[in-house]
Design a protein around this ligand. Structure first.
Ligand code: DGL
Length: 258
């Protein structure tokens, strides 16, 4: 048994969607969450910048004594060299195991421009489903708009434009390639009422839980969590309450390098 928290990091609030999956699977675990809201969005920045910031977030969590780090951000996951994932505690990125996605004719891969330019989702998807057609949709500005609390009309418009521009109108499966996007799943469903949805966050949570079990590091506590952000607004505490159904308040912190 190990009651130290699981560290979960993202460029902002998106990683809360992965926290939800982790807590659904492992309700006795505690989470130490870190969202870099002061420097968000990451998905439109240079590769070297993303790597540097990713390292800083991970170091903050490890210095705070977490037992594992879950990189709940696709953009960071696909920009870090393999050494990033070898540390004093297990460090895992967003899962690209799409074997449970099921067959589809055409998958829309919705992700940040930085993730799309790595083609990581597409390569991983086609390694299991070679005949699947894909439309890669870099949603410029969408994560930041969600982060800034933009209204439904603005978000829907951004999404519609991306779908039109990247020829994704006829997709029958949506892959959430950015952890922010499940926060607006209802908008995706409005645009694609008959599509199937695949959220790698759930698979990532299963992987985290599997590692804890194998290493006998599961918690048997009350699951008390802590949510830190590099810049606080109303939005974070509100989401923790509404989306995660938790009482904890967001805390503003500073990290080295910020
Ligand atoms: N949530 C992040 C991801 O999964 C990125 C959002 C951002 O652009 O900062 O890629």
């Amino acid at each position: 048994m190990d009651n130290r928290p699981i560290g979960v990091m993202d460029s902002g609030i998106g990683g809360l969607t992965v926290v939800r999956s982790i807590l659904e699977l492992c309700p006795r675990e505690s989470i130490l969450y870190l969202g870099d809201t002061a420097r968000n969005p990451y998905g439109e920045k240079a590769d070297s910048w993303i790597m540097k910031c990713g390292e800083e977030l991970k170091n903050f969590l490890i210095a705070r004594g977490v037992k594992m780090v879950v990189v709940a951000c696709n953009t960071i996951t696909f920009h870090e060299p393999p050494l990033f994932y070898q540390d004093t505690v297990p460090v895992i990125g967003m899962s690209t195991d799409y074997s449970s996605a099921g067959a589809a004719r055409k998958v829309g891969i919705f992700a940040t421009p930085a993730s799309i330019r790595t083609h990581a989702h597409k390569k991983a998807l086609q390694s299991v489903w070679p005949d699947m057609e894909t439309a890669e949709v870099p949603c410029e500005g969408l994560a930041h708009a969600i982060e800034s609390g933009e209204g439904r009309a603005v978000l829907k418009n951004m999404l519609e434009e991306a779908v039109y521009q990247y020829d994704a109108g006829d997709i029958d499966m949506i892959l959430f390639g950015c952890t922010h996007y499940p926060l607006i799943e209802d908008l995706f469903r409005e645009l694609f009422p008959s599509a199937v949805f695949f959220d790698p966050g759930a698979v990532t949570a299963e992987r985290a839980s599997g590692i804890l079990k194998t290493c006998h590091m599961e918690a048997d506590g009350d699951g008390e969590s802590h949510f830190c952000f590099t810049k606080k607004s109303e939005q974070e505490s509100c989401l923790i309450k509404k989306f995660l159904h938790r009482k904890e308040k967001a805390e503003e912190i500073r990290i080295a390098g910020e």
